[in-house]
Design a protein around this ligand. Structure first.
Ligand SMILES: [Cu+2]
Length: 266
């Protein structure tokens, strides 16, 4: 219905509502543009100099402009209170319960996205700033904490299961970044010192999207949507949306790798 907007392909459950209000806003703005533009053209002709050698000091006496102003305000009120605020409230207030969702921590830094999953135990383990190492441990995960042993971390790569609510807990290590995935109609600033939750339900796997778009190399891209420094242009991550089985398989493999790397499991 909103194809004419030329938006990226849609791949989240709530995205249709966002496209809907984008579409209605554009239609309304087009009506306003044609209305005001037409009125402007009319006044140029109607009040041309040859017809009015002397200015009219009374001005417009008809109440039509007042009515049209009130009409515009009413329609804007409907868009705002009827659509925009309820859609926004659903995003920020009606978070799904943690147990029904997959929780992922995404931490922005100059110039990368650090991703962390709680692992099979469902608990994010301890982190310690003293353990922070830009290369080997960018999140300072304390692997001596039992809850941290199975915490899976990735760099610039987010794996998600399809059709499951995802809660991203967004953080930043340095400056303001912004987590934007256009196909999910998701965009949220990552602000140092805050953990900001965002949630969405991906509805199309990467494999399916490759077929739909006819592009065998299609990837969902996390674009940093705030100018965050000189390397901003290369701050991109990727999202791979998989079936539940594929995601579980991937997670199991990552946990196996962690076991191989550390002797904590032995
Ligand atoms: Cu950034």
């Amino acid at each position: 219905m909103t194809d004419w907007l030329g938006l990226p392909a849609l791949a989240s459950a709530h995205g249709g509502q966002i496209d809907g209000i984008l579409g209605w806003t554009h239609v309304f703005m087009l009506v306003l543009f044609l209305g005001w533009g037409g009125f402007f053209a009319y006044t140029l002709v109607r009040f041309r100099r040859s017809r009015h050698p002397v200015a009219n000091y009374t001005g417009v006496t008809s109440p039509a402009s007042k009515y049209s102003e009130v009409g515009v305000a009413v329609i804007e009120g409907i868009l705002l209170f009827g659509f925009a605020i309820p859609i926004w409230a659903a995003r920020v207030d009606r978070m799904p319960p943690d147990r029904e969702a997959l929780l992922v921590q995404v931490t922005g830094e100059q110039f990368a996205w650090n991703v962390r999953y709680a692992g099979p135990d469902g608990v994010f383990g301890r982190t310690d700033i003293k353990l922070l190492d830009a290369q080997s441990n960018p999140l300072g995960v304390d692997r001596s904490d039992p809850a941290a042993k199975d915490d899976v971390t990735t760099l610039n790569q987010l794996y998600l299961p399809v059709n499951k609510p995802i809660i991203v807990r967004l953080k930043s290590k340095d400056v303001i970044h912004s987590f934007g995935v256009p196909e999910f109609r998701v965009k949220q600033d990552a602000i140092p010192g805050l953990t900001i939750p965002i949630w969405f339900v991906p509805t199309v796997t990467t494999a399916e999207m490759r077929i739909r778009t006819g592009n065998p190399e299609f990837e969902y891209e996390i674009a940093c949507a705030q100018l965050c420094g000189l390397g901003h242009y290369r701050m991109r991550g990727f999202v791979t949306v998989q079936t539940a089985e594929e995601f579980q398989k991937w997670m199991a493999e990552e946990v196996e790798k962690l076991k191989g790397e550390s002797d904590i499991f032995r």
